[in-house]
Design a protein around this ligand. Structure first.
Ligand code: AHM
Ligand code: MG
Length: 335
């Protein structure tokens, strides 16, 4: 291998290289991505030593969804928001941990950012992978009226960037600006995210299905039949599939991106509109998966085309390799 082939590319360097391909770019989106990268390093450091710094456990409050808030949720939320506030290019943040919108110091900033600061909270205290998710929109129309919550209600197709950070056996940051998906692995010894995968492509078909099967009795008939299909033997279509469910969407999605297959969080009698949040869980991860050649639907229509009506609304989601998602959809459309 020649020295140039062996050269490490940092997240910062990569973002600038990409920006230079667009001569008119202002550099603001690049700055925003770098700010998220910095917050991700700080969160990763705290996640790694949470057990010895009294950051495990609950904070004692509940969030807008009535869920118990963990101390690390709040830490991640404040780190990401203050990183975004510093550069004065983001006007508003919507986060799982905050009821309404959070207005930042830059009223005129052109970006609106959705955050799930720490996804997979139930896994925090048991040392299982967790993640952060972000989704970026342009404020439209710019500066014409006072900033209002409705400015943030844009369909996922309008995202200008989205990504996630996975705090797993290593820390990985993956993002897209609509030109493919790149992933960076944090090298803790030098404190830098290093390019580890450029232009991810999800396999067309995969042999892993991922769903919380404990909820089986609350599903519609078509979904029950699809899961039985996944479990039937047919070597030609690599069945029976393997079941994997981590319970942190970022980790389940990252595996789906790399290995293929399908991740499902369906509508059920307990969650008629699904449980996962459209704006800061479903949309950003759907943007990533589509950019890698996969599909994401709510069972009927494309996630990215859903017109949002509320910042914290939920949606069912079927996401992953195109062949798996199409097959699941054909089962559920019959019932
Ligand atoms: P959170 O953002 O409060 O952590 O909730 C979202 C998580 C997802 O990461 C995961 O896919 C899902 O909830 C797991 O839910 P369940 O325990 O119902 O299977
Ligand atoms: Mg979440």
């Amino acid at each position: 291998m020649t020295p140039s082939q062996n050269r490490l590319v940092t997240l910062e360097e990569y973002i600038i290289q990409k920006q230079n391909k667009f001569p008119g770019a202002t550099g603001e989106l690049s700055q925003l991505l770098r700010d998220i990268g910095l917050a991700a390093k700080i969160i990763s450091r705290e996640v790694n030593k949470a057990g010895i710094t009294n950051l495990l456990g609950v904070d004692g409050s509940t969030n807008v969804h009535g869920e118990s808030v963990k101390k690390l949720d709040l830490f991640a939320d404040s780190q990401l928001i203050s990183a975004l506030d510093r550069s004065m290019i983001t006007c508003m943040v919507i986060s799982e941990e905050n009821d309404g919108v959070v207005r930042l110091n830059s009223e005129g900033g052109k970006y609106i950012v959705y955050l799930d600061p720490l996804d997979g909270s139930s896994n925090i205290d048991v040392n299982v992978s967790i993640g952060s998710i972000f989704s970026v929109y342009m404020r439209q129309p710019r500066f014409e009226k006072e900033l209002v919550e409705a400015d943030a209600l844009q369909p996922g197709v309008r995202q200008v960037a989205a990504g996630y950070v996975l705090y797993g056996s290593s820390t990985i940051l993956a993002y897209t600006t609509g030109l493919g998906v790149s992933a960076f692995t944090l090298d803790p010894s030098i404190g830098e995210f290093i390019l580890s995968f450029d232009n991810y492509k999800i396999p067309d078909h995969g042999s892993i299905y991922s769903i919380n099967e404990g909820s089986y009795n609350s599903w519609q008939e078509g979904l029950k039949k699809y899961i039985k299909y996944c479990q039937q033997e047919d070597p030609e279509t690599s069945r029976p599939y393997t079941a994997r469910y981590i319970g942190s969407m970022v980790a389940d999605l990252h595996r789906t991106l790399v290995k293929g297959g399908i991740f499902i969080y369906p509508a059920s009698s307990k969650y008629p509109e699904g449980k996962l949040r459209l704006m800061y869980e479903c949309n950003p991860l759907s943007f990533i998966i589509e950019q890698a050649g996969g599909l994401a639907t709510d069972g009927k229509k494309r996630i990215l085309e859903i017109e949002p009506t509320a910042i914290h609304q939920t949606s069912p989601i079927y996401i992953g390799s195109p062949k798996n998602v199409e097959m699941a959809q054909s089962f559920i459309s019959k019932n």
